[in-house]
Design a protein around this ligand. Sequence first.
Ligand code: ZN
Length: 337
Amino acid sequence: MISSGGFTIYMFKKLILTAGVGILLFNGQTASASSLTPNDLVNTKQSIRTATKQKHEVKQSIQAIKTKLKQLDRQEKAIQTKINGTSEQLESFDEQLKPEETSLFAKVVSSVFPSAKAEAAEAEEERNELMKKKEEASKALNELEDKQQSIAKKREKYKTAYTQKNKQYKKQSNYLSELKKQYQSMVPDRFLMPATGRLSQGFGAAGGENGYTFHNGLDIAAKTGTPIYAAADGKVTQVSSSGPYGKHMKIEHTIDGQKWTTVYAHMNRIDVKKGQTVLQGEQIGQIGTTGNSTGPHLHFEVHKGNYSFSATSAGHAINPMKVAERVGGASPVKQTL
Ligand SMILES: [Zn+2]
């Protein structure tokens, strides 16, 4: 990878392509590529998580509104059926009450022929009964129509909410994809250079004076207390305070289906626990000089697959300079030759 002004050309190109001159950070601030910090990676990743959760919640409330609308549809249908039935009843009552003339005629007849009087009284009673039934049906119809109106109002309310939530969902989706795009432009392809300092020993053949003929990692020298960041998202698989590595730890990563292990040694302080998941750029401890060390530095190893140490060959260790990229200020400065 070609280096240029504290940032690899490759990363710089990626940034130019996605964001023009500067990078719009998750919080709306604009940062130049060189001012990016590992913490920006962590914050953006966390914003992505929150935004994803919120998007999911909006989707759930949309589903709930849909269910409610379906329920209201069913209620509306049931009421319409009742309204139709009651209206038909009312019509039939009207039909039966129509022959008013007959009733008048019966009255006249009954005044002349007493025998018809009883018949007329019976007709009158029947008529009254019908009138009462008609009144009841009419009242029921009014109540049903009121109910229908209140359902319609409710439905309007839910429809408005549905439109609003859908808009919110679209907005949330756009925001999330913007964040993801942003994150993609910020993150190193595989690993982040875990500390800022002077590259005091590179990866490769060594003299053997320290007990090894192959140095399977990088030494990044910096003063004690300098932060060390997780090289990639992963899970802390080991935390230890003893041995030649002094205070050291391992993180297991899965990147595009490939398992990797990173090792951080001679630490002054370890800020994480075994089993803990960490985000790329998250501070995991500090540079120190514990174990077999002559001065404060981070010994950093990258292994494809599991950790496998060899004092004489690379084993599964990969030169971190080939897979770890700088982000803003987090980088080892190459030793001047
Ligand atoms: Zn070393």
